[in-house]
Design a protein around this ligand. Structure first.
Ligand code: SF4
Ligand code: FES
Length: 252
């Protein structure tokens, strides 16, 4: 297998007030062993050498953990792979001569900072509104492992905890809803004994913040589950609905 020639069509936008447009970037000599982000690094090195402005995109760990990478590739968040982030996408998923469209996450709640980098701090604010447990750290701690937890609950909580907060669920949702993210964060805590005392306040506060940030409503299209790199199940959204309903009807 030789190296590939590709025609990249990349969104360029010089700040949130700029209108932005797609620009063509033909690239030669792309190895199938490169990751998608390495391929962009090589393109950026070329642009810098030519005195042009490099393409801004988010990344950090480059191993599927941090949730920073966020490219909409050929109409899908994190590209054509399943269960992987953009940084785990390799060029062997593409063919010589392919045209590849690269855009930022699109959502009213994620304004573009520059080119492919968006501001996803709205997700952080949802988390800060209630995605925590208040623990007395005065020294009289009970070992968390001393609390018996049904295996199914522990497993489901751990599955929910794998959400990396990337926002692919929002980017792919036709309503720009952050329900899968919020549901994962609520589920992770509400299933465990340590999270139960604050469950009502948590569900109400996180949903309120989600609405305040301008995310749309969930209409059960299920696209979020398909595109989530961590396979977060939409069954967590059903749990969030139950948590929210119980919190609403039993509110003092
Ligand atoms: S639910 Fe999945 S797609 Fe949404 S933020 Fe978490 S990891 Fe990303
Ligand atoms: S760069 Fe951290 S998940 Fe992709």
């Amino acid at each position: 297998m030789g190296n590939m020639k590709l025609n990249l069509k990349i969104w360029r936008q010089n700040g949130s007030n700029d209108k932005g447009s797609i620009k063509d970037y033909p690239v030669n000599d792309v190895s199938e062993d490169m990751s998608f982000l390495e391929m962009l690094d090589v393109l950026n090195d070329d642009l810098v050498r030519k005195g042009e402005d490099p393409i801004a995109f988010d990344h950090d760990c480059r191993e599927g953990i941090c949730g920073m990478c966020s490219l909409f590739i050929n109409g899908e968040p994190h590209g054509p792979g399943r269960g992987i982030t953009t940084c785990q996408l390799h060029m062997r998923m593409f063919k010589d001569g392919d045209t590849i469209h690269v855009e930022p996450w699109r959502s009213a709640a994620f304004p573009v900072i520059k080119d492919l980098a968006t501001n996803r701090s709205a997700l952080d604010r949802i988390q800060a509104a209630g995605g925590f447990v208040s623990v007395n750290t005065s020294g009289n701690l009970v070992d968390g492992n001393a609390l018996p937890i049904p295996k199914d609950d522990a497993d489901t909580a751990f599955d929910a905890a794998t959400c990396i907060g990337c926002g692919a669920c929002v980017a792919t949702c036709p309503n720009g809803s952050a329900m899968l993210f919020t549901a994962a964060k609520v589920s992770q805590l509400s299933l465990l004994p340590q999270g139960k005392p604050e469950r009502k306040r948590r569900a109400l506060a996180m949903v309120e913040q989600m609405d305040k940030e301008g995310f749309g409503n969930c209409s059960n299209t299920g696209a979020c589950e398909v595109e989530c790199p961590k396979g977060i199940s939409i069954s967590h959204i059903a749990r969030l609905h139950r948590e929210y309903l119980v919190a609403t009807v039993t509110k003092e």
